[in-house]
Design a protein around this ligand. Sequence first.
Ligand SMILES: C[S@@+](CC[C@H](N)C(=O)[O-])C[C@H]1O[C@@H](n2cnc3c(N)ncnc32)[C@H](O)[C@@H]1O
Length: 204
Amino acid sequence: MGRRWQLERRRDHYYRLAKLEKYRSRASYKLKQLNQRYGLLRRGDVVVDLGAAPGGWMQVALEEVGEAGFVLGVDLQRIKEFPNKNAVTIVADITDPSVVEKISERIPRPADVIISDASPLISGVWDVDQARSVELVRSALRIAEEVLAPGGKFLAKVFQGALMEDLLKQVKEKFEFVKVSKPSASRKGSAEVYVIGKGFRHSR
Ligand SMILES: C[S@@+](CC[C@H](N)C(=O)[O-])C[C@H]1O[C@@H](n2cnc3c(N)ncnc32)[C@H](O)[C@@H]1O
């Protein structure tokens, strides 16, 4: 990490707020804002969080679903355990087809919401990074096909670019309501946006 990057990070409003409010990541505020706008998380929901490390979105999801709900976090990296009994984390690759079984084994019933903030390792070559980001969303959709309850909700980060139109077509086939949104906590310079799907049409 460069010195300039570290200085900018310290100046960043959401970074400082996350430290103050004890969130594991400034990304927590993106989920808070998207949830406020689109009403994604409800008391008692079962939530699957893909690409969940270090766990900032899981913290927000746990607050929203309460003790009657359940949150499963999946990441390539180990996520530090939560004290909550209704929070479970697993180390897994969301692009690997075997992840579906691992998720199904851990959730108490089909999920009400699937959220994904998964990001590829950035190569710096824009087309490559966008293609990898779209592939992560397609993996999240494949997982939704198997573990999301009919009528369920979906939220996934994607890098904008040429493949976006095709991806949105695919999301619209699976969900009744589809929107693309950029919360204000998302850095203006970043190309990330969030795809929201509501009213999952189950095709099995
Ligand atoms: C921006 S971080 C997520 C931050 C998280 N939402 C939070 O609030 O703490 C993106 C995560 O995606 C994960 N990721 C990337 N590719 C993945 C894959 N194929 N399977 C599982 N996790 C993946 C990375 O390991 C990284 O932890």
